[in-house]
Design a protein around this ligand. Structure first.
Ligand code: CA
Length: 756
């Protein structure tokens, strides 16, 4: 440990006031290892700093405890910002008061405890008046997908978390939580500002919120937390981006960029949501603000290009439950929705969630001076119950023909123009309507830190080198092993024999040099699987013929499988112009099987042919715990044929009653299924079995001599359309509502049924 008196003295002389006789001269302790840190901490005093030497600090659980003062805080900082890396099993706990931590980077590891940064040492020893600033947490995720932790857990009072960069939380658990679980943490006046909340991928389960303030248990307590000028970039974890669950918070001036989900005023009263800007750019399930509870204010917010619907709409006012328990839905009362602008956003939902339980309609609520503009003049309102408790005044609509709500709206031709601040304003309308002209949405480069790069657009495949591969024995596994993430392997015509399972911990494209029919690249293999997708892996196949004829004579072979254990990263699988034949050496030979706890963002089969297969094509039914977890967000099967397949083309399962996810989704069109699903080992007992799928489109397919499509609706008002299919010697689809006595909501139209 080096005690830098000259510098400390210098700092003290220049920064502290010499007139104050209580002022202690401050010191800087530069430390190079954990022992030196502990020694420095034991002698630290007001105004002192501990400086961590540049480099990687592995397995360092930092306890930063001390008592600074308002004018002389105690500081923990790196020698150089961004050059102190906390890796391995590391974390940070703060306890005491007037502490400042800055400039650290957590990456290449995860916390062994329940939080990476915790504003407390123990239940009794909390942090107050402390600040964490310019800290980076990058992919510091527990390797077990469903192991729950926080990245930031805020306790105590008067703490600040600002200008930090949080990116890539992959495991379950809220990224940042404000905890109110003891009186010492309520009415906390915390400030969370200017942070960069970077991309958080779809979790495929509850527990993927980015920021939560409070919990239902203490939600009738005031938190007095300010969440201001933060940037939420593609925070897609689940339905709630921000889950506000306490009273008297201010959520102001935040920007939500292409983030799936909503700012949800889930529990607690007297909150203000203002000057927030939502840019959806038409991305699926991008939403705005969801209103529940009493005396809430939604004012001066801007929403554009939000595609979300139902609870994920651009603006959602919920119905409550009469005499609601603390964790259900309190009625909307005495609330204000004023001066908001909604541009090209698809859905405004009023009295949403109305059902036998949620029957308490919004009351004494004002909807005033809002502008709702859609290029297509579509009416974006859906009203689910009596909304006479909402007073509509002086709102402007872009010439909607027959508006759902007539009173309180002027419907006229509107012209809109984008202003310098990036937002659209009406031309020629009074400025008292819609969002304020002076609103300046925070920019990405004004949040987080300047010295750590923010991620750009995401591209999975074909972003690296193009590598030519010649036909022969094990030329392909060699090329796959040496490929880098995003590389494209281009296969010359000929036969490829593969003697080992090719492990993918990167995204690789394997494609034929020329995709001509008949396909001139054939791959056969001698192990139980051709590819195994592991952490970091994704696969795109194009223009290939894959044969199972050389596969071992044992059951349960696969073409592609994921690791059998759970997997932290989401993967993508694209299969285009591929012919898969003769998966029939033994029983249950399946094209894709997945492990429990694995999740695909996207599985796509297009223009492909599958023939003579003893197992399934896509077996996505491993999440048997009924916790609302599932194996893939989007499955697309288009313009493909499936002949003599003993298992189902798709067995897709999401069990349980949780409503925190948007998926799964299925889009299946233009396919031919002939003699599919008739095998005695087909557990799906269907050609296509869907349980708990939220969005389904099955269109223009021909089903010939197959068992029925079997659909089970569980929760969440699933959208199912089965149209323009031909069912030949195939029973009509069955749809069952598992948790509702009402008639099923599937739309089954224009299908042709023939006996043979
Ligand atoms: Ca949730």
């Amino acid at each position: 440990m080096m005690k830098l008196f000259p510098q400390g003295l210098f700092l003290a002389l220049t920064s502290a006031t010499l007139l104050n006789s209580n002022t202690v001269l401050s010191a800087d302790y530069k430390v190079a290892n954990q022992q030196e840190y502990a020694e420095a901490l034991s002698s630290i005093d007001k105004g002192d700093s501990i400086i961590l030497a540049n480099g990687v600090w592995n397995d360092f659980e930092i306890l930063f405890e001390g008592k600074g003062s308002k004018d002389q805080p105690i500081t923990l900082m790196p020698e150089t910002k961004g050059q102190v890396i906390l890796s391995g099993q590391s974390n940070l706990r703060l306890a005491g008061e007037h502490l400042v931590v800055s400039g650290l980077v957590f990456k290449n590891g995860y916390t062994p405890t329940s939080a990476v940064i915790s504003y407390r040492k123990s239940k009794q020893k909390l942090a107050n008046y402390t600040r964490v600033t310019e800290v980076v947490i990058d992919n510091f995720s527990n390797p077990e997908r469903f192991e729950n932790d926080y990245w930031v857990a805020m306790y105590g009072k008067h703490n600040r978390f600002d200008h930090n960069h949080l990116e890539g939380k992959l495991n379950k658990g809220v990224t940042m939580a404000v905890r109110l679980n003891t009186p010492e943490s309520r009415e906390n006046y915390h400030r969370i500002d200017h942070n960069y909340f970077g991309p958080r991928p779809i979790l495929g389960s509850n527990g993927g919120e980015t920021l939560r303030v409070g919990t239902s248990h203490y939600s009738l307590s005031d938190s007095f937390t300010t969440v201001e000028n933060n940037y939420f970039d593609r925070c897609d974890g689940e339905l709630e981006i921000i889950s506000n669950k306490s009273g008297n918070n201010k959520l102001i001036g935040n920007v939500f960029f292409e983030s799936r989900g909503t700012l949800t005023m889930r529990h607690g009263n007297d909150n203000t949501v203002s000057e927030n800007v939502f840019f959806g750019n038409g991305v699926d399930h991008t939403g705005g603000i969801r209103l529940i509870n009493k005396r809430q204010t939604i004012k001066n917010n801007y929403m554009e290009g939000l595609a979300g619907y139902r609870f994920g709409g651009a603006l959602v006012v919920m119905n409550g439950v009469p005499n609601s328990s603390i964790n259900r839905y309190h009625q909307v009362e005495d609330s204000f929705i004023e001066n908001n602008t909604l541009v090209n956003s698809d859905h405004i939902q009023l009295a949403a969630g109305s059902d036998a339980e949620r029957s308490a309609v919004p009351i004494r609520t004002t909807f005033k001076n809002n502008i709702i503009f859609n290029d297509n003049k579509k009416d974006t309102f859906t009203v689910y119950d009596d909304v006479s408790g909402i007073a509509f005044e002086n709102n402007v609509l872009n010439k909607v023909e027959k508006p759902t709500i007539a009173g309180g709206f002027v419907s006229k031709e509107l012209t809109m123009k984008r202003a310098d601040n990036g937002l659209m304003y009406t031309v020629g309308e009074p400025k008292s309507v819609g969002v304020s002209q002076s609103l300046k949405p925070i920019q990405k480069n004004q949040v987080g830190v300047s010295w750590y790069p923010k991620p750009g657009p995401k591209k999975v495949f074909d972003k690296g080198q193009i590598i030519t591969v010649k036909a022969g024995i094990d030329t392909l596994p060699k090329a796959v092993a040496s490929a880098k993430d995003g590389d494209t392997l281009v296969l010359s015509a000929g036969d490829y024999s593969v003697s080992r399972t090719m492990v993918l911990d990167k995204a690789v494209t394997v494609k034929a040099a020329s995709v001509i029919k008949p396909l001139n690249v054939t791959i056969s293999y001698q192990r139980g699987a051709l590819f195994e997708i592991q952490h970091g892996g994704s696969l795109k196949l194009q223009g290939l013929k894959i044969s199972g004829s050389e596969s071992p004579d044992s059951s349960n072979n696969r073409v592609i499988r994921t690791v059998r254990r759970s997997m932290l990263t989401n993967y993508n699988l694209v299969v285009d112009n591929v012919e898969v034949v003769d998966l029939d050496v033994n029983h249950s030979f399946t094209f894709l099987s997945v492990g429990k706890g694995t999740f695909a963002d996207n599985i796509e089969i297009t223009n492909s042919h599958f023939k003579n297969i003893t197992g399934y094509i896509l077996a996505l039914a491993e999440e048997s715990d009924d916790d609302g977890i599932y194996n893939a967000e989007y499955v697309t099967i288009k313009n493909s044929t499936f002949e003599n397949v003993q298992g189902a083309v798709l067995n897709f399962y999401r069990g349980g009653r949780d409503e925190s996810t948007f998926g799964p989704h299925l889009d299946m069109s233009g396919n031919l299924l002939s003699n599919v699903g008739n095998g005695k080992r087909n557990k799906a007992e269907a050609a296509v079995r869907l349980q708990g799928v939220q969005v389904t489109s099955i269109k223009d397919n021909e089903f010939k001599n197959t068992p029925a499509i079997n659909i089970i609706h569980t929760v969440g008002e699933p959208r199912t359309r089965i149209e323009k299919n031909r069912f030949i010697a195939t029973p009509v689809p069955t749809v069952v509502e598992l948790n509702s006595d009402e008639e099923n909501t599937a739309i089954i139209v224009d299908n042709l049924v023939k006996v043979k």
